[in-house]
Ligand binder design. Structure first.
Ligand code: RFL
Ligand code: PHB
Length: 389
């Protein structure tokens, strides 16, 4: 098989890149190890920055997002028995939209297939080779081996992907932090008791109240990194959520059947540079942020917005400048998001059970956000996202 850009991974990064290339008349093939049903149902992120919403609209995929997505103009912080609303739109003129990642993925898959695009599901990229001259992706599909030859490879295959491994040892530099906690995430068939997200700092640990629709709530609890999900029957989850979130008089959450639950470890991770020879890496394949800042999917989309333009300049006018500057430009946004995600995580989670100093610093920081327009604006402009460069 042959194509212009071979894309490994049908997450938000790989699918959006394929769509952007199609709009520029550039051919691509997306290879995805999982089935279509699996990637369309995988529950993950839920917050789209304004820039991601603008991108979806610009590429003709804004219709369902505008109809079903929920625009939020603020978030609430709960700490020390108090509550503070960060008025994001008042402070920045921008907003976020709650729209599940799997909805973005469904919209992109539908658009690619309707345009005759090629997405090979249940096809695993085993390795990538010849990146200096004639890139080849070696695939396995139902016991069959296939070679996909291309001009460029886009490695959009997430943290556990293989494309990064094609780079020889010593070329890439990895920066990493792991956190001594994880998130237990649940999806509940319960009408949300909120119309904006609540981020709660509690002495028993962090909790987050989010939502997916007028009928479905999305909630998270800070738990131990090695937490066994079997130790968390629904009753225990609701009891812990009540303790950590019902800290404001007269407010209570809505309970309902839990339809999905999982534990996600938290890490910060960056690989530099994001390109080697004819391999361009994007999204979770090269950077991970803890989810507290809601940045992961947005960074993945921002990377491929740049990459799409760079390929268009190369195929259209033979220009190499945007391909050459891709990694440097993308990493500026990546490191801003790394800092913001680390900062939100540090401010909101229980860090060290024996040291009250950390908790005192957190309360001081939260009080400062609640009392200083400058500090609240800094949080808000990072949360809604800086404009795509
Ligand atoms: P993905 O979505 O992981 O897609 C990679 C795809 O590559 C496939 N793959 C392969 N295919 C073929 N051959 C191989 N050898 C392959 N190896 C892997 C995989 O099956 C997969 O389909 O990466 P991408 O596109 O870079 O997208 C990144 C986002 O998925 C991720 O950053 C976000 O989900 C992170 N995240 C959040 N981001 C936000 O912007 N806002 C949020 O509110 C938010 N909340 C979250 C999150 C992630 C979470 N979890 C579960 C990690 C909340 C949670 C709980
Ligand atoms: C979500 O709705 O899944 C969500 C919201 C905000 C975050 C992380 C996840 O910071």
């Amino acid at each position: 098989m042959r194509t212009q850009v071979g894309i490994v991974g049908a997450g938000p990064a790989g699918l959006m890149l394929s769509h952007l290339l199609h709009l520029q008349g550039i051919e691509s093939v997306v290879v995805e190890s999982r089935s279509r049903a699996y990637v369309e149902q995988r529950v993950r992120a839920g917050v789209l920055e304004q820039g991601s919403v603008d991108l979806m609209c610009r590429v003709g995929l804004g219709e369902r997002l505008q109809r079903e997505g929920m625009r939020h103009e603020g978030i609430e912080l709960r700490y020390d028995g108090q509550s503070y609303r960060v008025p994001m739109t008042e402070l920045t003129g921008r907003a976020i939209t709650v729209y599940g990642q799997q909805e973005v993925v469904k919209d992109l898959i539908a658009a690619r297939l309707a345009a005759g695009g090629s997405i090979l599901f249940e096809t695993e990229a085993v390795r990538v080779e010849n990146l200096d001259s004639a890139p080849t992706i070696y695939l396995r599909q139902g016991g069959r081996d296939i070679e996909l030859h291309c001009d460029f490879v886009a490695g959009c295959d997430g943290f556990h992907g293989v494309s990064r491994n094609a780079v020889p040892d010593g070329v890439l530099r990895t920066h990493e932090r792991t956190y001594p906690f994880a998130w237990l995430g649940v999806l509940a068939a319960a009408p949300p008791a909120v119309d904006e997200l609540i981020y709660a700092n509690h002495e028993r640990g962090f909790a987050l109240y989010s939502l997916r629709s007028p009928e479905i709530s999305r909630l998270y609890l800070q738990v131990a990194p090695d937490e066994d999900i079997a130790d968390w029957p629904d009753e225990r989850i609701w009891a812990e959520l009540r303790t950590r979130l019902e800290t404001v008089p007269g407010w209570s959450l809505n309970e309902g059947p839990i339809v999905e639950k999982s534990v996600t470890p938290m890490r910060s991770f960056v690989v530099e540079p994001m390109q080697w020879q004819r391999l361009y890496l994007a999204g979770d394949a090269v950077h991970i942020v803890p989810p507290t800042g809601a940045k992961g999917m947005n960074l993945a989309l921002a990377d491929v917005a740049l990459l799409g333009e760079a390929f268009a300049a190369w195929y259209g006018e033979g220009r190499t400048d945007l391909l050459e500057s891709y990694s440097t430009t993308a990493l500026r946004r990546v490191w801003r998001a790394q800092h913001f995600s680390w900062w939100m995580t540090s401010m909101l989670h229980r860090l060290d059970s024996d040291d009250p100093y950390e908790a005192k610093l957190q309360t001081a920081t939260l009080r400062y956000v609640a009392s200083s327009r400058a500090y609240a604006t800094s949080l808000a402009e990072n949360y809604v996202g800086l404009p795509l460069s």
